[in-house]
Structure formats: C-alpha cells, structure tokens
Design a protein around this ligand. Structure first.
Ligand code: MN
Length: 325
C-alpha cells in the first residue's frame, strides 16, 4: 500500500528527464518497471507529442501502471490522439487532420508509425485511462477540477459518445473544461498568443480564489500585444458570474498540469493547488509534487529536474541536473 504519491507533470516525450526525475525520487527500474517500495507515481497526462523520447516515455508510464507502481489521468494530447483516429461520421476525424494539428502530433505519429498496430495499441491504452483521480486527500486532473463537468462525463472514454461529442454540446464543454481548462470571453478584447494567433478568449484562473473579475480571472501572458500590435490594455473589473465558473479548491488539494508555467523556480499556487507543468518541452524543468498525506501543499515538496541537452533525436538518457528541491 502506497504511503504517498509522487505526482508528475506534463512530460511530452522528454523521457530522459522522466528517468532522471524518477531516480531523483528514489524509484528504480526492476523487472522492466520503475518502482518504489513505499510510493506510487501519478502522471497528470500529456506523455506524448513534441519531445524526442515518445515511445520510451509511454513504455515507462505503461509498465509502471501495469505493475501497480503508477496511475495516470488522460491529458488533452492523449485525448487529441484518440480524436485523430476517430471518424467524425462525415468523412473526416474528430481531431481535424489540419497541417497545424499534424505538426503538433508528428513526433508521436512518426514514433508509433501512423495507422500501425503499435499506433492502435497505444490509442486503446489511452481510451482506458481515467480523466481524473480522487485519491482521498488529494485530487489529480489534467487541467481543471470541476465537479459539474465530471458528473456529465460519468465513467469515462470507453463511451464512444464522449469521444464523439460535437462542439457546442454540454458533453463537449465538459471535456474541454476538464482536459483543457475553462476560458473566458474578454468582452471584445483580444491578444496575440505565442503562436501568433489572435485570441478573444483567455484562460480562466480557476485555481485562484481572488479571480472574481474579468481583470483578475484572465491569464494573459506578460508583455502581450493586442491584435493590432499595441500593448494589451488592462481588462475591466467586470464581476464574473461565479455560479457558472469552476472555483478554486476549498478543502482537498488539487494537482494539475497543462498550463505551461514558466519561471526560474517552480512554485505552488497556494495551500490547495499546484500546477506541475513547467514547460519541459520548452526548456523548463520536469516537476513532481511529493505528497505524503498533508492537508495543505508545501512548496518544499516540489522536486524538479532539468534536461541539459535533450533536443536531439536520441532516446538515450542525457546528463541532467537537479533544478531545485
Ligand atoms: Mn501539456
């Protein structure tokens, strides 16, 4: 019986960083699976896309899950991988095979071989993953813990209905909230994101108990420009309709990934939530939270490793350094 959980953020194919982090956490590879005598890993999802070690990352995680040494929740990238192969009923697929989407998914597709038996096998494994885990004193979800959405989603992706939910349906909205996080319409304002796309919705800071106005609730990257190239003007202090929006945890701590946090040293949001995605695919550290039953999260329990040279095509582990304890 596990005495604690080591919750690991988005990996995105950075298998060397994952191996270093597991070793740093005291896990050892025996009989083909990493394990720890007292502890269990929980992956927050997004094992795939982007990095050089797609298959190695998947194999490490799956072998740990099958050995009872880990659990995992579905990330939006695994969900998109399922949509990539799921017909939409009108000749296309639930995840559109656009140039942009193919590029985002290309590291995974070339590692498994598109349409191969290996590809289908991994999709089958993704479909059996839970979308969230309530571990008693700790909750884990990829993007947002939101009980009304979870009630709608019910037991999971084994249901074709969920994978094939059309845009605009309550089921689709629920999936978006849990796997990609809620967004707010900015009342006609817009900003240019890192990919150069003009966005009129912003990510909602659902984890922040003070996010009760448009200005406080929208996550706008620092130094953003609006869509005409001018500095992004401050958002108005319009109160938000709090009855309809996900709210920050009030009792049980929630750990999540997804948000591409950046900064010199990983931080927690506060005593009841922490994002564990610190952008390993963008050169940041891979981060875990070591939870041992505490009712309030503590920054000291973050463990991070950083890849020094993990940008080539090699799947072999590279030397890594400990980023922070
Ligand atoms: Mn991610």
């Amino acid at each position: 019986m596990a005495k604690g959980f080591d919750v690991i953020g988005d990996i995105h194919g950075h298998s060397a960083a994952l191996e270093s982090l597991l070793i740093e956490l005291g896990y050892r590879e025996t009989g083909g699976a990493f394990g720890h005598p007292q502890r269990q890993v929980v992956f927050v999802g997004d094992l795939i896309d982007r990095g050089p070690g797609q298959l190695r990352t998947l194999q490490i995680a799956r072998r740990m899950v099958e050995a009872g040494n880990a659990q995992m929740v579905l990330g939006n990238h695994e969900f998109n991988a399922i949509g990539w192969v799921t017909p939409n009923g009108s000749g296309g697929f639930m995840r559109k095979h656009s140039k942009k989407n193919r590029k985002q998914h290309s590291a995974f597709l070339s590692a498994v071989g598109e349409d191969s038996k290996t590809h289908r096998d991994w999709i089958g494994w993704f479909r059996a993953l839970p979308m969230w885990l309530d571990l008693g004193g700790l909750r884990v979800v990829h993007a947002c813990w939101h009980e009304p959405s979870m009630k709608l989603l019910g037991s999971g992706l084994a249901e074709d209905e969920i994978v094939s939910a059309a845009k605009g349906t309550d089921l689709h909205d629920a999936l978006e909230i849990v796997l990609k996080g809620p967004e707010l319409y900015m009342g006609g304002m817009s900003y240019t994101d890192w990919g150069g796309n003009c966005r009129d919705h912003a990510r909602f800071r659902w984890w922040d108990p003070a996010a009760d106005t448009l200005a406080a609730g929208c996550e706008i990257p620092p130094n953003s420009l609006d869509c005409s190239g001018e500095p992004f003007a401050p958002l108005p202090q319009t109160p938000l309709d709090s009855g309809r929006l996900p709210t920050a945890p009030t009792e049980v701590p929630v750990l999540y990934g997804h948000y591409w946090r950046s900064g010199a040293t990983p931080q927690i949001d506060g005593p009841l939530s922490a994002c564990l995605d610190w952008s390993v695919a963008g050169g940041g550290p891979l981060v875990a939270y070591r939870w041992s039953g505490e009712a309030e999260l503590n920054r000291e329990n973050l463990v991070a490793v950083r890849s020094q040279r993990e940008s080539g095509a090699s799947e072999s582990p590279e030397p890594l350094m400990v980023w922070s304890q």
